[in-house]
Design a binder for this molecule. Structure first.
Ligand code: NAP
Length: 246
């Protein structure tokens, strides 16, 4: 197994893409700490992983709260002795046109999507540096590359993640810590289920492959970026978008 003996933290792992990432990391032998703010979802995901023979524990934690993040990382470190992998996946949308977007909606999206990734990265890099090894994967979005009307806050947070990814990659390369980003296109999850039909159709019409991706499509690439097979890759952005942002 590609990831046996590895310890991973996945944020926003209660459902959607994060849940698929947690499951696939566990299938590849990693011990996985699932982080989310929804306890029922977390419990269900851990049970599924354990039923399949994997090792997982859940941690209730709001990624935008430094105290909670720090405490979670300490608990994982105490439980499994190290942290090798961090996947910053937790994300929210609060879509609106700029004229109608409230400052609160701007802040909320930045807090979870961008500050959350910073806080978790800040908390794990020390244990990673101690072991001279680490893999950090940030889940960005194609709209962080090409922007989107009605998603200024979300696009800015996802574009911010790309700059953050490259900065982390440069800052910690000599310490054995790699940092990459995945930019999904239109993926079928609860987040996209609630979009109006015309918006969904526009996304699909702009996808050369002509169909939405699945959480597993994203998770497969994340597993690659967390495995030794990608050890010479850092600061990279991999689109998983059916060609949308080509
Ligand atoms: P999702 O189905 O809405 O799941 C997001 C998860 O993050 C939920 O379990 C949610 O918990 C959790 N979460 C929200 N705020 C949190 C916080 N403050 N602390 C900890 N966990 C929190 O979303 P998804 O579609 O799987 O998206 C996952 C990631 O991929 C996001 O970063 C998203 O921006 C990105 N992405 C998605 C798509 C797509 O088409 N779906 C495309 C590009 C990028 P609750 O259940 O309590 O809300």
């Amino acid at each position: 197994m590609k990831l046996s003996e590895r310890v991973a933290i996945v944020t926003g792992a209660g459902r959607g893409i994060g849940a698929a990432i947690a499951r696939k990391l566990a299938e590849n032998g990693a011990k996985v700490a699932l982080v989310d703010i929804n306890e029922n979802d977390l419990k269900a995901r851990v049970e599924e992983i354990e039923k399949n023979g994997g090792t997982a524990k859940y941690f209730l934690c709001d990624v935008s709260d430094w105290e909670q993040v720090n405490q979670t990382v300490e608990q994982v470190n105490k439980l499994w002795g190290k942290i090798d992998i961090l996947v910053n996946n937790a994300g929210i949308t609060k879509d609106n046109l700029i004229l109608r977007m409230t400052p609160e909606d701007w802040d909320a999206v930045m807090r979870v999507n961008l500050k959350g990734a910073f806080l978790f990265t800040k908390a794990v890099v020390r244990p990673m540096m101690r072991n001279k090894y680490g893999k950090i994967v940030n889940i960005s979005s194609v709209v962080g590359i090409f922007g989107n009307a009605g998603q200024a806050n979300y696009s800015a947070s996802k574009a911010g993640l790309l700059g953050f990814t490259k900065s982390v990659a440069k800052e910690f390369a000599k310490k054995g810590v790699r940092c990459n980003a995945v930019a999904p296109g239109f993926i079928e999850t609860d987040m996209t289920k609630s979009l109006p039909e015309d918006v969904k159709n526009t996304f699909i019409n702009n996808t050369p492959l002509g169909y939405p991706g699945s959480p597993d499509d994203v998770a497969n690439v994340v597993v690659f970026l967390c495995s030794p097979e990608s050890d010479y890759i850092t600061g990279e952005i991999i689109r998983v978008d059916g060609g949308m942002a080509m």
